[in-house]
Design a protein around this ligand. Structure first.
Ligand SMILES: *Cc1c(COP(=O)(O)O)cnc(C)c1O
Length: 377
């Protein structure tokens, strides 16, 4: 590939994302379908491009957070079902309907409102209902009898799915996930007894699939992070991860300046670093506005010339500074690797997150608008 004329860019492999998708399919089929989670612009991998590609691979559902994200997928040509997971307000109902999005309803009040809205328009709206089985965020946390009555009374709504979400899917030191599964199974049982049998039952994001918690697969799983090649490390004793997924995104930025600084010279805002020796320093064209966590000040690394080299001083908005004393071949204009592989060295979003004391999700979602996005094979 010719080197692009950008100061900083990501290279995204759609082939990798497809391979990850098929690894997730293989792990969950035939009992469960997948709803690839493409919220937050597909964790910054580009929701429209990723979704169209996965739709061509056979994906029949996508999951997003909000109505606007769903609408832009429709505009891009996604015809698969789109689940809007992050709730909606009254002003969004029209767009939900027009774009044929499938909302998740999280409370009985919202359910009744949506039913009246559908009745006024003389349409039937398909929806999923979320029960809070212990996450304590979105989802209804009321008696199952009450939920059943409301669902059965909603003559203009069609319950296509019943779902919940885990709070501690990768934590093997607590019974929270097992408790949530039991609560969900009890709900499904009670619904069945009442003759309410939504075709889709779903509980799992990436974690339970990676750790093969089959009992939590239901008939639909909602993987996000694993689709982009990452599995969160477990807390406590877990079986080894049995899911072969690989990061699909690498991130580059160019060296804009190189200079020699004498011993004792301070570098960057707040003089947070001082040269302990005569130092050859590279100034790199990416900063926290591009998504390099500010927490990496004085502790992050980049790959150049096949080596991991330390960041010096504060991460600034548009630039970072890196010690290239031990990599004399690094020159102005060339690209260093912020995330990805160079020779034998790898530094991925998990490594960056660990060094910054944050989670890999935040590294991926933190990628700024200024970072050009290129698709590679
Ligand atoms: C974001 C999200 C997911 C995907 O989670 P990953 O850990 O990225 O797989 C699944 N379900 C819900 C409700 C979510 O909000």
């Amino acid at each position: 590939m010719t080197t692009p004329n950008h100061r900083t860019w990501v290279e995204i492999s759609l082939r990798r994302i497809c391979a990850n998708y098929h690894a997730l399919r293989a792990a969950t089929a035939p009992a469960s379908q997948l709803a690839p989670v493409v919220k937050a612009d597909a964790y910054r991998h580009g929701a429209a491009t990723v979704s169209l590609r996965l739709q061509a691979e056979g994906a029949q559902w996508f999951a997003v957070s909000n109505t606007e994200e769903g609408m832009s997928l429709r505009v891009a040509g996604v015809t698969a079902r789109i689940l809007v997971m992050g709730d909606f307000l009254d002003y969004e109902r029209e767009a939900l309907l027009e774009a044929s999005l499938t909302p998740v309803v999280h409370s009985l009040a919202r359910l009744r409102d949506l039913n009246s809205y559908a009745a006024e328009r003389n349409v039937t709206i398909a929806f999923h209902f979320k029960i809070d089985t212990g996450m304590g965020r979105l989802g209804a946390r009321c008696g199952l009898d009450e939920i059943l009555l409301a669902v059965q009374g909603a003559s203009h709504l069609r319950l296509d799915g019943l779902m919940t979400h885990f709070a501690s899917a990768n934590d093997f030191t607590t019974s929270q996930t097992a408790d949530q599964i039991l609560a969900f199974e009890a709900a499904v049982h009670e619904f069945r007894q009442a003759g309410v049998t939504p075709p889709l039952l779903h509980l799992s994001s990436s974690g339970p699939v990676a750790y093969r918690l089959r009992r939590a697969y239901g008939t639909l799983v909602r993987p996000g992070l694993a689709l982009y090649g990452y599995v969160s490390p477990p807390h406590g004793p877990a079986d080894p991860v049995e899911l072969d997924v690989q990061p699909a995104l690498s991130w580059k930025a160019r060296v804009v300046e190189i200079k020699e600084i004498p011993k004792g010279c301070p570098v960057g805002y707040g003089a947070q670093w001082r040269a302990a020796r005569h130092t050859r320093m590279a100034v790199i064209a990416a900063g926290y506005a591009d998504g390099i966590p500010h927490q990496l000040s004085n502790r992050g690394r980049v790959i150049a010339a096949g080596k991991l080299l330390p960041m010096l001083g504060a991460v600034s908005m548009d630039l970072i500074t890196v010690d290239v004393t031990d990599a004399p071949q690094v020159q102005i204009g060339e690209a260093v690797t912020l995330l990805g592989q160079d020779g034998a060295v790898t530094y991925d979003a998990k490594d960056m997150a660990a060094e910054a004391g944050i989670i890999p999700y935040a590294v991926l979602c933190g990628l700024g608008n200024r970072v050009a996005r290129l698709y590679v094979d």
